[in-house]
Design a protein. Structure first.
Length: 444
C-alpha cells in the first residue's frame, strides 16, 4: 500500500476493499504499525490489476494482450524477445533490457538457463468464490485442525473467497473441484460451512517453495513469481513482488538516462534476493506450523501462539516482518544507521507528506527547515532530486530513493560539512550530469 501511495494509487484501492487490522491467519495485530495503512486490505486482485494497468497505459505503455514470449536472446547492446501472436504469427522485439515478470513457469527464466530449485509446500489447495447464506460475524475466518484447513475472506460485495485443504483427499491440480468437498472441509476446520452456495469460480492449485539463484543475467532480470514462489501463508506474495518491481524500476531508469553506471543494476539482486529467501522461510514455517500439527495438539499450538503474541516486542517484530515494513538493505561500511531502511512517511513543511513528494518519481532530499539555502547550492541536481523541508525540528538531512528507501543520511554536521557531504551523496546516487534529453526511460 505504501508503494501504491508513492504513486498516487493507494486511496483509490482502499475504496474497493475491506480493511482488517488483524492478520487472522496468525491473529497478529497490525493496528500499531508505523504506517498510514496499519491493516490488511482485502480486495479482489483484479482491482489491483486495474489500477496498475491504468497507470501503465497513462504512461504510454503498450499492452500486447494474448501475445506469448517464447524465448529471449541477448548480446552486448540489447535483448531480442521472440513473441507469438494470438493468430500464431511470430515476430521478434528488441529492447535495451527485459524484465521477466511471467510467473512460476517463466519462459524468460528458462531461456536464461536458470534452475528453479525447491519443493512443493502443499498440494491440492482448493479455491472458490461463493455466496454465504450465513456469513461469519467476524471475517476473515481461519481454522486448521491437522487434516483440514480453511479460510473465508469477504470481498465486501457479498462475495467470499474460500481456500480449503483436505489432507484426506489429495488430488492433482487439474482435477475438478466439488463445492460439497469444500463445505465438508470448512465444517471440520471452522465448525460451519456458512451455507455456501452459487460458486462463480472453482479452482485447485499447489504451492511451491522455490527461488532462482540469480535475479539478473546481463540485460535480463526476474521479478515476482518468476524469481521466487512460496506458500500463501502470511499473505506476503504481492508485497514482495511489487517491491521487487519498485526496487528495479528506478535503477533501470537511472542507467538508461546515463545518470548511473551499469553496476547499479547489480544492487537489485543484492538487495532483493535475501528478501525473497526470507519470505520463503517465513511463509514455509507458518504453513507447516498450521498444516502439520496433529489434530490432538492443535489446541496446544493455538494457545502457545496466543501466549507468545502477548509479548509486545514479539508482536511488533512479527507484524513488521509479515507486513514487510522492517525490510532494510545492506549499506556501505561507515554509512549512517538510517541508510538502507524504509523511509517513514514524514510530514513536510509545505503541507505534503513524503510519499506524496515521491509521486514525481525522483529522489527526495529532506533537509532541516532551517537550512533553505542548501537548495541553491545543489541546484544542478534539480532534474533528479526534489528538495523539501521537514516539518518540525530535526538536524538530519535524508536522501530518499524513488522506492521509498533511504539512500543516505547525515546528522549533526556543521553547515559547511553538511553541504559538502550532501553534494558528494548526490553525485554518488544521482550522477554528475543533467539527464539526457529525450530519454526513453520512464519510471511508472
Amino acid at each position: 500500500m505504501e508503494q501504491l501511495d508513492a504513486r498516487g494509487l493507494a486511496d483509490e484501492l482502499l475504496l474497493t476493499g475491506i480493511r482488517n487490522p488483524v492478520l487472522q491467519f496468525l491473529r497478529i495485530d497490525l493496528s500499531r504499525l508505523p504506517s498510514r495503512y496499519p491493516h490488511v486490505l482485502v480486495t479482489p486482485q483484479y482491482n489491483t490489476e486495474r489500477l496498475l494497468l491504468s497507470r501503465a497505459q497513462a504512461h504510454g505503455v503498450t499492452i500486447m494482450r494474448g501475445h506469448e514470449a517464447t524465448g529471449v536472446q541477448q548480446d552486448e547492446t540489447g535483448v531480442d524477445v521472440a513473441v507469438r501472436a494470438p493468430d500464431g504469427a511470430e515476430r521478434s522485439l528488441r529492447a535495451d533490457f527485459v524484465v521477466g515478470a511471467d510467473g512460476r513457469n517463466s519462459c524468460v527464466r528458462r531461456s536464461l538457463g536458470l534452475p528453479f530449485p525447491g519443493r512443493s509446500a502443499v498440494r491440492s489447495m482448493m479455491l472458490a468464490d461463493v455466496r454465504l447464506a450465513e456469513p461469519p460475524t467476524r471475517p476473515p475466518t481461519v481454522g486448521a485442525i491437522g487434516d483440514a484447513f480453511a479460510i473465508v475472506v469477504p470481498f465486501g460485495d457479498a462475495w467470499f473467497r474460500v481456500m480449503a485443504w483436505n489432507r484426506r483427499h489429495p488430488m492433482p491440480d487439474d482435477a475438478p473441484v466439488d463445492l460439497e468437498e469444500i463445505r465438508e472441509v470448512a465444517r471440520r476446520a471452522l465448525g460451519s460451512d456458512f451455507a455456501m452456495h452459487d460458486p462463480r469460480w472453482l479452482s485447485r492449485f499447489h504451492s511451491d517453495e522455490r527461488q532462482s539463484p540469480r535475479y539478473r543475467v546481463g540485460r535480463v532480470f526476474l521479478v515476482g513469481d518468476a524469481a521466487h514462489v512460496h506458500s500463501p501463508a502470511g499473505g506476503m506474495g504481492l508485497n514482495t513482488s511489487l517491491q521487487d518491481s519498485a526496487n528495479l524500476s528506478w535503477k533501470l531508469t537511472a542507467v538508461q538516462r546515463g545518470r548511473a553506471p551499469d553496476s547499479l543494476l547489480d544492487t537489485y539482486e543484492n538487495e532483493r534476493h535475501p528478501v525473497g529467501r526470507r519470505v520463503l522461510r517465513m511463509s514455509g514455517a507458518l504453513l507447516r506450523g498450521v498444516l502439520t500439527t496433529p489434530r490432538a495438539l492443535c489446541g496446544v499450538r493455538d494457545f502457545s501462539a496466543r501466549t507468545v503474541l502477548k509479548t509486545p516486542w514479539v508482536a511488533r517484530r512479527l507484524a513488521g516482518a509479515i507486513s514487510g515494513l522492517d525490510i532494510s538493505y545492506t549499506s556501505a561500511a561507515g554509512a549512517h544507521p538510517l541508510a538502507g531502511k524504509r523511509a517513514p512517511d514524514v510530514p513536510l513543511s509545505d503541507g505534503r507528506r513524503l510519499y506524496e513528494a515521491l509521486r514525481a518519481r525522483r529522489f527526495v532530499l529532506v533537509i532541516p527547515n532551517d537550512s533553505p539555502h542548501l537548495s541553491s547550492l545543489i541546484s544542478e541536481w534539480s532534474d533528479e532530486v526534489e528538495i523539501v523541508s521537514a516539518r518540525g525540528s530535526t538536524k538530519k538531512s535524508v536522501l530518499v530513493r524513488p522506492d521509498a528507501y533511504i539512500a543516505w543520511a547525515v546528522s549533526d554536521e556543521s553547515p559547511e560539512r553538511r553541504i559538502d557531504a550532501t553534494r558528494h551523496a548526490l553525485a554518488d546516487w544521482c550522477g554528475a550530469q543533467p539527464a539526457t534529453p529525450g530519454s526513453r526511460a520512464s519510471l511508472v
